[in-house]
Design a protein around this ligand. Structure first.
Ligand SMILES: [Zn+2]
Length: 513
C-alpha cells in the first residue's frame, strides 16, 4: 500500500497547477513569525487579527468567484430560476387563494386549479366527487368570497404545509449541492480525490497493525471486532455520478413544473401552485449530504470529505501539508469509530485508561491556554480522542513518507518541511471570534476559537474550542517538540500530560478481572 501511495505522490508532488496552496499561503500571510511556536502554537499560527474562520472564508470566496465565472447553470431550469422568488413567500396558502381569485376574475379556468388542489385539501379525497369537495367554490360568483373560502380550507391542513416546507428546504439544499458539485466537476479534483483514497487505505493499514498489537484489545479479545468496525469505511467520493444524477433529477422536476406552468399559459401567479404540486409529487427529495464546501463528517461506513480536502491534496506543493491537512482529517473521522464514549458506539470494548488520558490532555491544554472559557465535558471525549488519535495516525504516515528527511529545509519558506504538517492542522481551525458562529454543529472540523459553543438546546457542543484542539494535539505529538526544537520548559511542552497511546504496543494493558 505504501508503494502505491508513494507512486501517486511522486506524480503529483509538483502540485499547484493553476491552483493555490492553502497551507503555504496561510503560513506566509498569517503565522506570526515574531512569536515562539512552542509558547502557544495556536495563536502563533492564527494570531488575533487574522481572518475569522479562515478556512471558511477562503473556500467560500473561492466557490463564489468560481460560480460567478461559470455560466449560470441553474437559471436554465425554470423551477430553480423561479424558486428565488417563491422561497421569499411565506408558504403557499395566500398565493393559492390569490391565484383562484385572479383566475376567477379574469374568467380563467378555476376548475383545473380546484381539481389539482382537491387531493391535498379535501377531507375525503378518495371518496368525494369533485363537486362536493372544492369545485363547489366556483359556483359562487363572488370571486373574493370564493378565495376566502379556499384560503380557510387550505389552512385546515397543517400536514400538507409541513410537507411543503420540508420539500422547500430540501430543494434549497438540493440547489446548493448542485452548485458545490458543479465546482467539483469544473475544478476536476480527481487527482486530489485519488490521493485521499490512498491516504485512507494507508491509514487503515496502520490502524489494523496498531489494533493487533494493542494490549487492552488483546487482553479483552476485541482485536477482530475493532478491526471489523473500521474495515468497511470508505470515502463517499463519487461526485461525478452524484452530479449527473442530481442534474437528471432537477431536469425531471423542471419538466413537471413546466408542464404545470404551460397549463396556465405560463401565468406568473401560477408559479407557487406549480411548485406546490411538484413538492407534493416529489416529497421524498433527498439531496446528497456528502458534498460540501468545508464540512467533513463520518456517517459509518461513509466518510464525507469536503471539497477543500480534495483541493488541498491536489494543489499543495509539499507532502507535509497534504498529510497534515488531509491525513489528519481522515485520521480524525476514522478515529470516531475507534473511540468508544457511549454504549451505543461501534466498539464493544474500549480502554478506560485511554479515556482518562485523552481528557487529561484536553483539560491541561484548556487550563494553560484558556481564552474565554475552558470546558472538558464527558460528551467531548469522542471528538477529543478523534483529534489525538487522528493526529497520531497522520504523523505516522508523515514519518513513513519522509523517513530521514523530516527536518529537511523547505526551499522557499526556510523552515523544516515537516513544520508544514503542524501548520496544516492549525489552518483547519483558525478563528479569532470569541462569539459562537456555528450553532448546532454537526460537522467535525469547524469550531470556535475561544470557547466551546453552546447549542440551541443549551447543551455544550461536542467539539472543544479550537485553541484547545490544536494545542492539545500538538502536545501529544512528540514530533512537534522535535520539529520546532521546543525547550522542556516551553508552555506547549509543560502542558503536555502523559503520552496517550490509545492503540499500539504502548497502549495500556487493561486486563479484564
Ligand atoms: Zn469529529
Amino acid at each position: 500500500m505504501r508503494s502505491l501511495f508513494f507512486f501517486c505522490l511522486c506524480v503529483t508532488v509538483s502540485g499547484n497547477e493553476n491552483g493555490f496552496d492553502y497551507i503555504e499561503d496561510s503560513y506566509r500571510k498569517y503565522a506570526n513569525k515574531n512569536t515562539d511556536p512552542c509558547d502557544n502554537f495556536y495563536r502563533h499560527a492564527c494570531p488575533l487579527g487574522s481572518p475569522d474562520g479562515l478556512l471558511f472564508e477562503v473556500f467560500s470566496n473561492f466557490f463564489k468567484e468560481k460560480l460567478e465565472k461559470l455560466p449560470n447553470l441553474l437559471n436554465q431550469y425554470s423551477i430553480a430560476f423561479d424558486f428565488r422568488e417563491i422561497e421569499k413567500l411565506n408558504g403557499p396558502i395566500k398565493q393559492l387563494a390569490d391565484l383562484y381569485q385572479d383566475l376567477c376574475e379574469k374568467e380563467g379556468n378555476t376548475s383545473l386549479l380546484l381539481e389539482q388542489l382537491e387531493p391535498y385539501f379535501s377531507q375525503f379525497p378518495n371518496t368525494c366527487n369533485g363537486q362536493a369537495c372544492l369545485l363547489y367554490i366556483q359556483k359562487d360568483p363572488d370571486c373574493q368570497r370564493g378565495a376566502d373560502n379556499l384560503r380557510g380550507t387550505i389552512r385546515r391542513f397543517p400536514k400538507i404545509h409541513e410537507s411543503y416546507s420540508k420539500f422547500s428546504k430540501a430543494f434549497r439544499k438540493f440547489l446548493t449541492v448542485i452548485k458545490v458539485l458543479y465546482v467539483h466537476v469544473e475544478e476536476n479534483v480527481q487527482n486530489g480525490l485519488q490521493q485521499t483514497k490512498y491516504l485512507l487505505a494507508e491509514i487503515k493499514e496502520i490502524v489494523h497493525d496498531w489494533i493487533k498489537s494493542t494490549p487492552w484489545a488483546i487482553n479483552n479479545n476485541v482485536e477482530d471486532a475493532t478491526i471489523a468496525a473500521i474495515s468497511p469505511t470508505i470515502i463517499q467520493e463519487n461526485y461525478t455520478d452524484t452530479w449527473r444524477s442530481s442534474i437528471e433529477e432537477l431536469g425531471e422536476l423542471d419538466i413537471s413544473y413546466k408542464e404545470c406552468k404551460s397549463r396556465y399559459n405560463n401565468f406568473e401567479k401560477a408559479n407557487v401552485l406549480c411548485f406546490f404540486l411538484v413538492a407534493m409529487k416529489y416529497n421524498d427529495l433527498a439531496p446528497s449530504e456528502f458534498f460540501t464546501e468545508t464540512e467533513t463528517f463520518i456517517s459509518h461506513p461513509y466518510i464525507g470529505l469536503s471539497f477543500e480536502n480534495y483541493y488541498i491534496a491536489q494543489h499543495s506543493q509539499n507532502m507535509a501539508s497534504k498529510i497534515g491537512y488531509v491525513g489528519f482529517t481522515i485520521g480524525h473521522e476514522l478515529s470516531h469509530i475507534l473511540i468508544k464514549s457511549t454504549v451505543g458506539d461501534y466498539l464493544t470494548y474500549f480502554s478506560k485508561a485511554a479515556k482518562v488520558c485523552i481528557q487529561n490532555q484536553f483539560n491541561s491544554t484548556c487550563e494553560e491556554f484558556k481564552e474565554e472559557s475552558c470546558v472538558t465535558g464527558d460528551h467531548q471525549l469522542d471528538d477529543n480522542g478523534a483529534d489525538i488519535l487522528g493526529a497520531q495516525l497522520a504523523y505516522y504516515v508523515l514519518e513513513r513518507h519522509f523517513g530521514d528527511d523530516l527536518m529537511e529545509i523547505h526551499k522557499s519558506l526556510g523552515i523544516p518541511q515537516q513544520q508544514l504538517f503542524f501548520y496544516a492542522i492549525a489552518y483547519m481551525f483558525c478563528d479569532v471570534s470569541i462569539v459562537s458562529r456555528f450553532y448546532d454543529q454537526k460537522y467535525c472540523l469547524q469550531g470556535n476559537a475561544g470557547k466551546t459553543s453552546i447549542n440551541h438546546d443549551g447543551t455544550l457542543d461536542e467539539h472543544s474550542a479550537d485553541y484547545t484542539r490544536v494545542n492539545a494535539v500538538m502536545s501529544q505529538l512528540p514530533g512537534f517538540q522535535k520539529a520546532f526544537e521546543c525547550s522542556e520548559d516551553s508552555r506547549m511542552i509543560t502542558s503536555a500530560t502523559e503520552q496517550c497511546d490509545i492503540y499500539g504496543k504502548n497502549a495500556p494493558e487493561n486486563k479484564r478481572h
